[in-house]
Write a new protein. Sequence first.
Lengths: 408, 581, 452
Amino acid sequence: MRSNRREFLKTTLGTSAVVSLGATVPGFLRAAAVASTDDKETILVVVQLSGGNDGLNTVVPFSDPAYRGSRPKLAIPASDVLKINDALGFHPSARGFADLLEDNSLAIVQGVGYDNPNRSHFESMDIWHTCQRKSDTRTTGWLGRYLDASQANRSGVSLAFHLGHEKQPFALTAEDVRVPSISSLEGFRLNDSGDKEVRSTISKLASSARQESDSILDFLQSTTTVALSASQRVEEASRDYKTPIDYPESDLATKLKTVAQLIDAGLGTRVYYVTLDGFDTHSQQPAAHAVLLSQLGGAVSSFIKDIKHQGHGDRVAVLAFSEFGRRVEENASEGTDHGAAAPMFLAGNKVRAGVIGDHPSLTDLEDGDLKFHTDFRQVYATVLESWLGWPSKSVLDGSYDPVDAFEA
Amino acid sequence: MVAFRNAGLSVLLVLLLSATGLADDRTAADLLPPTTILYAEIPEPGMVLELFESHPLRQRIEKLQGVRDAYETKQFLQFKAALAIVEAKLGQSWQRVLQSVTEGGIAIGFDAETQGATLLVKARDEEAAPKLLDTIIELARAAAKDAGNSDPVNSGEYRGITAYQIDQAKIATWGRWLAVTNKPESGKAVLDALLDTPENTLATNAQFQDARSKAAGAATAWGYVNVEAIRKGGIAKDVFSGKTDNPVAELLVGGVLDTLQHTPYVTASLTLDQQHTRLEFASPHQQDWTTEAREYFFGPDGNGRAPAPIQVSNQLLALSTYRDLSTMWLRAGDLFKDNIVDQFAQAESVLSTLFSGKDFGEEILGEVHPEFQFVVARQTCEDGTPQPAIKLPAFAAVFRLKDPETVGPEFRRTYQSLIGFLNITGSMNGQPQLDLDIEKEDTFQLVSATYLVEKDASPGGLKINYNFSPAIAFAGEHFVVSSSTALARELARSVGKGSKPSTDLNSTIKLNVSGVSDILADNRPQLVAQNMLSEGHSKEEAERTIGDLLELLAAAESVSIDLGASDGTVRASLEIDYVAD
Amino acid sequence: MKTTAIDPTWAWLPYRASEEQPWNRGRAAHLLRRAGFGATSQEIDAAVEKGPEEIVADLVSPRLDAAFELESDAFAKTILASGDPKNLSAWWSYVMLRTPHPLLEKTTLFWHGHFATSAAKVEDAETMYNQNRLFRQFALGDFGKLTHAISRDPAMLTYLDSITNRKAHPNENYARELMELFCLGEGNYSENDIQELARCFTGWEIRRGKFRFNQFQHDPGMKSVLGHSGPLPEGKSIDVVLDQPAAPQFIVSKLIRYFMFDEPAASDELVEPLANELREHEWDISHVVRRMLTSQLFYSEHVIGRKVRSPVDLVVGLLRTLEGSTNAYQLGDDLNQLGQGLFYPPNVKGWDGGRAWINSSTLLGRANVIGRIIRDENTRFASGNLNEYFNRLDANSAPAIVDKLLELTLAVQPPQTVKEQLVEVINRNGDRSERIAEAIHALSTIPEFQVM
């Protein structure tokens, strides 16, 4: 499959030939060639867990008596957890995460949160998205600011995509860059009749030489060429895409599978954003939470396996977060209420696998919630600097110590 | 003299015909192989044609502006011209042609062995069928010639009968019969049957005979499906797998899926006349075919019966059924595919939050008897309640509580906290507020919530919220949940008077069509505006489209759907009653 | 080609047809595209006949009769009854497709992007509709009055988190945007001006969806805004902002970008004459729009083909050009997908326009949307199909159809090879209407189709 794409690049665009011809080649062709030589760039896939994931029942401190004491009904029995070490274990439904850890592809960043935590879904989510409080003027998200800053030397290709039907996450809002929201692979493809003759007509139309030199038309022509080649790449990638990985049946898995196909198509996109909703488990938590963790673990582990199989394992990382964890004490309806600190997850070949940081104390609480010891912006800083290779200070509006989550 | 001679000729002709064709009293089932798994027939097509010509619905349709316009389109005029040519060729109107060719009935069968579909038509006499066939062949040739294509008609001989092939269709006539089939083997089999009168045919098939013997008298059309053969053939496995991924479908027809896993056959009969259209499906049924997981559907001994339907004023729809919802909810794992079971688990968590921590399947659904009713009624706002711009109907469900004394107060508290919750979220979103009220009469207690009308309400009409004044009522063991207080009150009064005996059905639904058209008429400006946007119509075009829709609806009086299992048969029927002229 | 090279005196002289710049179908189509959403062949014929002066005079002062306004208001209210602001996108798409006053709608859209307010935050359909009516009322009218009205507009104040504004903690949000985005532009005020102006707006509140002045929360003290001191009550502070020399300069340069060309930014010298006229005509927007649309500059190579089509220009433009009608709900969704959701601008800056409309996925999206719309079962062209439509225009042969299509839809003609290929597409076997649809779909992918 990879050879197919290479073949396409060689025959259709003649990348190396075009680049070596240098100045004699029209600008639009050069842009197209440049846009496709992106095999080395790292890619970030953000998985947002909406509703507030119960971190305590995801990464379970099974040996801590305080855990059982606070969760008489909801505590996962020590015999059921998927052990991480002598003190911690995954929820039995988070099999996918356990597999990833075993495969040295999962980092668990413990005790992540922020000062003076807000317990409203919307407000806390906005804080995670913008890195700013309500009293600040919030116009852009952290990823949006990264996109704005890094777009200067790009042309044509969308730097980020949001996959899903929900409202676009604030995190992706930028001053200048518009991030497309797309619900399926169809949105990346030119939806023509599939007639070969029409196809060739369309690419001929776009590439026919124009007499006059006009900067807007030049720009349009080069972007059109990039778009048509991207469309063709996505189409070929999805047509030839064969994976031995059996993705589970869930929306999240379907979305991540689409992301895998797009990465394989070599679009040059750096950030993908997907959401899994339903973590607001105030009542009858056990069954609902088990389903969610099984979907999450299953989808992410299949995705990472797939990406490795396609040969992109070293340049893709997944970041999973939720707007807050849940209260330590369970409530009277076999559920949990809004809390504060919780673990974040990073997955991929290049993450430093294992548990980062201590599990927050279950007895030294703040308003009944776990105390954070790692600010979420430290994790963002890590991702920006160590993964995307971008200075984090201006994006996060401050300096945050990165955590040691990626292999050097 | 001339008249005499003609009469004489006629007599001669009749004698001649009765000696050959008319003596043929075989039916299509006598000619189809015993392995036929699908069979459908219209015994008297002439009657259907007559009904079609004179049906009041047809006249209504022809009066519609949209249809009148369609009659003027190029395509329709072309079609009419083509028809006229055919009529000229045959020297008769197409109705007459059809009548004479199909007088002995039309039937179609699908044979599992040859995978062939065969259409058999029995004509009035031995002339009609060949004449029609000749005309068809002639026209096919003319059309091909016109398009510059080669002769599309092939012909061959089998046992002295000439068979023709046009495209995929193989056609032959013999005596009064015209046979069309898509497989040569099927064609040969039919011709063999016509010539030899075989011993084993569909008509001698025991299962078919059984189905036939149970068929109701004079159906306009009748069909038979050998489900057993289809099941064994491994076709449509999903239907027979027993698990669905559609909870609504499960609720509506889940019990029937069990029957389909065992039953030998299903029959369908369609009855048409000026005032009614009735379609009935029937199938042998045994109580022990029902799996434990689906006991919720027909009841533990198959004795679950729908309560007698309630009547309310301005009723649009009444559904009365037996469904043990609690058991269904708890059995979700056996009934549905995994992804749906996951959704049930998540829904349980959300619903339980809403019902203050109670287990929804067990503690909420488990507190009501399986017999329940659902009513939809048009709201007239005659009692002075405010008129919203978009007028939605009210709906309500009536349950019987197992333990009204203890559960009643709990349901009331749950209702009150829900209203409180709605008010809090509503005030955050700028929605109007609900005002709680309790009223008591001798036989019932009613707890209601009404939206307060804002002082400076929009001149364009009230918000859609004002269609709702959610209420619950307790009348003896009856529990009413309704979207409108007025409907809850009416229901509570009526069920408080004691209940009528149950029906002998599992479920029955009746839709009052004139009520539907009233509610559409209530919202006509909205429908017109929506039609303008959704179809890009001008206002005039949209007015006409909506006018046509209302006009069409005015033709029907009611639609009923019944489902029941008794005397070893499960029956489902759909009946449409038309407005008498 | 650079605007710095444009001589302002020449630029704003009334356009006179000449040998270099003749008044012809091309220029008439250009005018009707920019001053509306594209024109049919017959409309172009009529415009060639009338001449630019008369056409523009009609466009800038639409004769709105009361019955028309009443009916369109009733239509909107009916759509509003569902309370879903998404329906407003469909409603406005429909209005743009069918309006007899295209320049009025186009300018209303300009103000929507200028005073950008999104229903994603406001959420209430009626509040958004009332703001839209305000834009339409003042679209070609008095910008000063519009600014005063928008400063009290419930949708705007809700959008800018200014539902309450207390004297103890003046909310600077509206004060900042009023100067930065609505009237002056960056660099024409200080942070201190923002703080002082914010004090003037204390006590301006929204209660139950309506504006209310809360005198108990108003700071009646002395303020100093942009060099003017005083208590500046009611709207006096807005007048101070509007009286700044930068104000007409800012508005005229935005109008030039909207109606004339995307880039480079118009020079101060080019903007100044019209800015002065806008001041002299007491903020009458119709005056400067008329001057722009009848200027030498407007009909020159500096303007023709120098704007990237917005999604509205692209899609509504194509449909109006071919007398198309279609499912407006779908159309509203399509515009949103392409980045111009009506009633849903991306942020308070509105749509950036120009090159910002274009990236690889919006380009594919544009072609996909056009391809979908022309094949949609609800899309009809003068109530018929595409083949019938071109027959009516006497374009029967494939070359005639392509010529007509290019003339109607493009401001800049593509190379001859493009025409030949489109002719080939139409000449292939199959249903003629489908072949024409195929050609339009292919046409929608070319660079020239994206500009106007």
